[in-house]
Design a protein around this ligand. Structure first.
Ligand code: NDP
Length: 331
């Protein structure tokens, strides 16, 4: 019998995620029914939101059920199709989960062109993370040329795109990232004007030096001290796209101290969930795709090899061990 491997959620973490919260299983390849498509995954995307789904606390999305394939974005090739919209060999993006294969009715599958854009980029710069950057920047921060934009987790999948898009708009862009290697990449490769290493111990002073005219718009990915430091540098009428608070995803205390600044600087703060703005995805993904194919957007990937490596890679993502978009190569 033909089988494939998948990873299910075995237990819900309390605090830190551990390998034993996952279970690797072999399951039979299902028969393809009328209207269905069987996809062999080339890459699995690992994303911070998965930590939220592992918990059954009330959230904007339903929890990941126990003993079922972990949720996840995938790109791969159609290996069998009984759906007229898809042919064998098509490269498709979908939510195939932590598995080597998935069967789908095609409703959530998107055919993509890999002539000028590598397949893996459809899970990063030209996928959900890129779209997240595009939405927060264009629809919440709305920066003007000459303004200073700050972005945390700056070397990551979302942050790296935020900063490059803001540079294309003529902004001064200041990144915040963990470690000198990530900061060097953000400035030297991605073209940010400055990057502050929050692990170096002088976050506030370093941010002041990097943003001497204050900060007009923040793209917040981290929360806690990193967010507080950026808030302390805001100018009047600053806009904040509150995208993520990864510093607190394992239950850490990330309470803000500078809340008063929201009032005194008359700040506009908007949290958002990118999947609630699907009507904008075609426009955003087209723009991102054109920029990438035209060499105007750079991206970097951390690639784990094989499905069995996914739990450790995911645990690493929550600790900043990834350097760029975290993927798992499956085929
Ligand atoms: P990244 O590729 O940026 O990887 C996560 C990075 O976060 C790590 O590399 C690390 O970078 C940083 N990090 C991890 N733990 C901590 C910590 N304790 N303190 C500070 N930084 C930490 O991930 P993504 O680009 O995919 O996601 C970035 C953010 O965007 C996340 O908060 C995510 O939840 C959010 N997001 C929100 C969406 C939405 O719709 N609202 C959609 C997609 C993502 P470093 O080493 O520099 O600290």
């Amino acid at each position: 019998m033909n089988t494939y491997q998948r990873i299910v959620l075995a237990a819900r973490p309390q605090g830190e995620v551990l390998p034993e919260h996952f279970r690797l299983e072999s399951v039979p390849v299902p028969p393809v029914g009328e209207g269905q498509v069987l996809v062999r995954h080339q890459y699995l995307s690992l994303d911070p939101y998965m930590r939220g789904r592992m918990s059954d606390a009330k959230s904007y999305a339903a929890p990941q059920p126990l003993d079922e394939t972990m949720i996840g974005g995938t790109v791969g090739q159609v290996v069998e199709s009984k759906n007229p919209r898809f042919a064998v060999g098509d490269t498709v993006v979908g939510m195939g989960g932590w598995a080597e294969m998935s069967l789908s009715d095609g409703a959530m599958l998107r055919k993509v062109d890999t002539t000028h854009i590598p397949a893996s980029a459809y899970l990063g710069a030209v996928g959900m993370p890129g779209m997240t950057a595009w939405y927060g920047l264009n629809h919440i921060m709305k920066p003007k040329a000459g303004e200073t934009v700050a972005v945390s987790a700056a070397s990551g999948a979302v942050g790296s795109i935020v900063g490059q898009l803001a540079k294309l708009k003529g902004c001064r862009v200041v990144g915040i990232a963990g470690g000198s290697e990530k900061c060097a990449y953000v400035v030297d490769e991605l073209g940010f004007d400055a990057c502050v290493d929050y692990k170096a111990g002088n976050l506030r002073a370093d941010l002041k030096a990097a943003a001497p005219d204050g900060i007009d718009a923040i793209f917040e990915n981290v929360g806690g001290e990193v967010f507080d430091a950026a808030l302390a540098r805001t100018n009047a009428f600053a806009r904040i796209a509150l995208c993520g608070m990864i510093a607190g995803y394992n239950g850490e205390d990330i309470a803000l101290k500078n809340v008063r600044t929201l009032l005194t600087n008359r700040i506009l703060l908007q949290g958002f969930i990118v999947t609630e703005h699907m009507e904008l995805w075609p426009q955003g993904l087209t723009e991102l795709g054109q920029l990438l194919a035209g060499g105007k957007l750079k991206f970097r990937e951390s690639v784990a090899e094989g499905l069995a490596a996914a739990p450790e890679a995911f645990i690493g993502l929550l600790k900043g061990r990834n350097f760029g978009k975290q993927l798992v190569k499956l085929a």
